[in-house]
Design a protein around this ligand. Structure first.
Ligand code: DLZ
Length: 162
């Protein structure tokens, strides 16, 4: 089975983002992983032209809180998109399933209720090593992927609105 490197993408296919403004909500649960996602997302946004002033990053305690954190950002700031970053690791109880369901449904709902993209940058893994591999490790960084997706969706919205 081949595994995708999350940081591999064609730079030429990413629109210029110098006029865009993004929010990032990051969960502090498993912060050794999620803060790497945050670092990757910010670096990738900046690589494509987003200025420091146009990146608003806020922390929430766990992935379950990402939905409300993202909604608050959408309500109180004028953003072209919001990136939600978290990491849920399978434990011994069904908690994993409930958190994953909650955040997945929550972010999907936000996408449909607000007129901007909310990007699902949540790692859901069986082990901590799998998460580390995808947060700046051997399989790239899901934060990079989430940032590229945010830029592409914001550009698509501008294109459709024109
Ligand atoms: C409680 C909990 C557990 C067990 N595991 C995780 C996890 O792997 N990743 C994560 O982001 N958050 C976890 N949490 C915290 C919940 O997301 C949430 O913060 C609490 O249930 C309080 O609402």
């Amino acid at each position: 089975m081949s595994t995708v490197n999350l940081s591999d993408y064609n730079v030429a296919h990413v629109p210029d983002a110098s006029d865009m403004r993004f929010g990032i909500v990051v969960s502090d649960w498993n912060k050794e992983v999620t803060w790497s996602l945050l670092k990757g997302a910010i670096a990738t946004l900046k690589k494509h032209g987003v200025t420091d002033e146009n990146i608003v990053a806020k922390h929430v305690p766990g992935s379950f809180e990402l939905t409300l954190g993202a909604q608050w950002l959408a309500e109180y700031d004028d953003l072209d998109g919001i990136i939600c970053l978290g990491c849920v690791i399978q434990g011994e109880t069904p908690h994993f399933t409930y958190i994953c369901q909650g955040v997945t449904q929550g972010i999907t709902q936000l996408n449909l209720e607000y007129n901007i993209p909310f990007i699902f940058g949540v790692l859901t893994t069986n082990t901590q090593q799998q998460a580390i591999d995808r947060a700046g490790g051997k399989l790239g960084n899901k934060g990079d992927e989430a940032a590229v997706t945010a830029i592409k969706m914001a550009a698509l919205q501008l294109e459709i609105e024109e």
